[in-house]
Design a protein around this ligand. Structure first.
Ligand code: CP
Ligand code: NVA
Length: 307
């Protein structure tokens, strides 16, 4: 059985979840599920055959780097991974010059950058598609995998209740954009200083933001992320105090006894989540990690494959 690619995504950037329509997002998730189920049969020509993609990592990465390298390899392409020391983005060389040059050598760029503004500049300069592998603003590839995991575990997305407990930054923002497209009933629970930006939540009618942990009552899934993201290390002490009561532990999970537990990883046991919860029976964190591979294969095949 061969599977349908999504010709509508051909040649497009994927900088945020909001860059795709609701139908395109459904299509990507269906394709990812098909690939995971073993229905992937490369036709005469694998989607990335003969193509090279540049992977830029300005910050550390394990899951994103490995899952993209494996995904590109499985689709017949070749990844070229570049660390910040290789490029000196914005210091050794202007961001836009990097975009211009890499897009002349390769078929596309996957970039994990500190600044979302730099990602936008890179994408403007690149003549080939650019995929966001995490910035300070968003982490859309993570959330593609999370949506696949939620569908697998909860049987759908629309109306399912997800509570995100913790920092309202990159992962939360991509979840909000996903909720706006899928009808996922998302509540972001965080101290007021860490509320996600109002311009992100304004259009998302199935999203609520509160500092009140009582909003966890009876949800289908509880998601958390680190309290101190990469690049915020100088705030770690302050953040540990600010988020202390938002730790996902047994007492907190007792408010949602049937909920699955989600985390994008890496996790800090004893900070945002206890070992008992993340290593316990409700945890689906390794399914989320595994699903990065299938979600990104679907994304890459749709952007770079010839349907
Ligand atoms: N979840 C995630 O993006 O992990 P890495 O930082 O290891 O890539
Ligand atoms: N919010 C975290 C996500 C890591 C995958 C960070 O930006 O460090």
């Amino acid at each position: 059985m061969t599977i349908d690619l999504l010709p509508a995504l051909a040649g497009r950037d994927f900088l945020d979840i909001a860059d795709v329509t609701a139908a395109e997002l459904r299509g990507l998730l269906a394709l990812a599920a098909d690939i995971k189920a073993g229905h992937w049969r490369a036709g005469a020509r694998a989607p990335l055959e003969g193509r090279h993609l540049a992977l830029i990592f300005q910050k550390p990465s394990m899951r994103t780097r490995v899952s993209f390298e494996v995904a590109i390899g499985r689709l017949g392409g070749t990844p070229i991974t570049l660390a910040d020391v290789d490029i000196g983005l914005g210091r050794r060389e202007k961001v836009s010059d990097v975009g211009q040059v890499l897009s002349r050598f390769t078929s596309g760029i996957v970039a994990r950058l500190f600044s979302h503004a730099d990602l936008l500049e890179l994408a403007r300069a690149s003549q080939k598609p650019v995929i966001n592998a995490l910035t300070d603003r968003s982490h859309p590839c993570q959330v593609l995998a999370d949506l696949l995991t939620l569908e697998e575990r909860l049987g759908g997305l629309e109306g399912r209740r997800l509570a995100f407990v913790g920092d309202g930054n990159n992962v939360a923002i991509s979840l909000i954009e996903a909720a706006a497209l899928t009808g996922l009933a998302l509540t972001v629970i965080t101290p007021p200083r860490h509320y996600p930006p109002a311009e992100v939540t304004r259009q998302a009618h199935t999203v609520k933001v509160t500092s009140d942990l009582a909003a966890l009552e009876g949800v289908d899934a509880v998601y958390t992320d680190v309290w101190t993201s990469m690049g915020q290390e100088s705030e770690a002490e302050v953040r540990r105090l600010e988020f202390a009561e938002y730790q996902v532990n047994r007492d907190l999970m007792a408010q949602a006894p049937r909920a699955i537990f989600m985390h994008c990883l890496p996790a800090h046991r004893g900070e945002e989540v206890t070992a008992e919860v993340i290593d316990g029976p409700q945890s689906v964190v390794f399914d989320q990690a595994e699903n990065r591979l299938y979600a990104q294969m679907a994304l890459l095949a749709s952007i770079f494959g010839e349907a």
